[in-house]
Ligand binder design. Structure first.
Ligand SMILES: CC(C)(COP(=O)(O)OP(=O)(O)OC[C@H]1O[C@@H](n2cnc3c(N)ncnc32)[C@H](O)[C@@H]1OP(=O)(O)O)[C@@H](O)C(=O)NCCC(=O)NCCS
Length: 183
């Protein structure tokens, strides 16, 4: 697929978009520009001549341990021990990038665009580490999209949000950076 992403700005007219979810449509068409102007979220679109095919919005964030509902203190300890094997276990916040929104138009779904976007975000997170540390990519994933994020190797923090409309998921960048260091 050879379409290029474009970062939105206030001069740009955003082309029609429908991913089947009203909130996600509304964000792109009515709110993304304000978020961009106020430096709250950066939005990128993929489009053809007449319509938007996909978009995503990202921003800097941190993983706040106190906001994650682990099933027990042991589960929390194990989580931190696994992710941060070196002696920084007292940290309560970890640097991250958050996928605020990600949506593919109904016509373009299941054609590999979601994966292409995820690869772009991961590449960006890896490169960002050259200047500013970033350990995780975070997302509050919609129930219907959980399978997609699982395919993209995202993991769940806990089972406590199993029945919620969205679930907190993360991708740890560290193994990807270590693999690059080894080459
Ligand atoms: C979920 C979404 C982002 C996935 O993007 P996509 O372009 O359709 O996905 P891709 O074609 O890149 O699929 C990549 C892989 O994930 C799988 N996949 C895609 N959507 C999936 C889903 N909802 N459930 C399970 N697996 C899914 C594909 O089958 C494919 O697997 P494969 O590589 O083994 O063939 C897109 O369908 C979408 O925007 N849906 C509506 C809005 C939404 O739910 N956004 C997410 C908000 S958190």
């Amino acid at each position: 697929m050879n379409i290029k992403e474009k970062r939105i700005d206030h001069t740009m007219i955003i082309k029609p978009f429908d991913c089947g979810d009203e909130d996600l449509n509304e964000f792109l068409l009515e709110k993304s520009n304000n978020y961009q102007m106020e430096l709250l979220a950066t939005t990128f679109v993929f489009e053809d001549e007449i319509k938007t095919l996909a978009y995503y919005s990202i921003f800097n964030d941190s993983l706040k341990i106190e906001n994650i509902s682990f099933s027990s203190k042991n589960a929390l300890k194990n989580f931190i021990r696994r992710l941060v094997p070196h002696p920084k276990r007292h940290l309560k916040h970890y640097p991250a990038i958050k996928i605020g929104r990600l949506a593919i138009s109904k016509q373009a779904q299941k054609s590999g665009l979601g994966r292409k976007i995820m690869d772009t975000i991961i590449d960006y997170a890896i490169k960002q580490n050259e200047r500013c540390a970033c350990k995780f990519i975070l997302v509050d994933a919609y129930k219907d999209a959980l399978g997609f994020y699982e395919k993209m190797q995202f993991e769940y923090f806990s089972e406590n949000d199993l029945n919620d409309e969205t679930r907190q998921m993360y991708l740890d960048i560290t193994p990807l950076i270590n693999a690059q260091r080894a080459n």
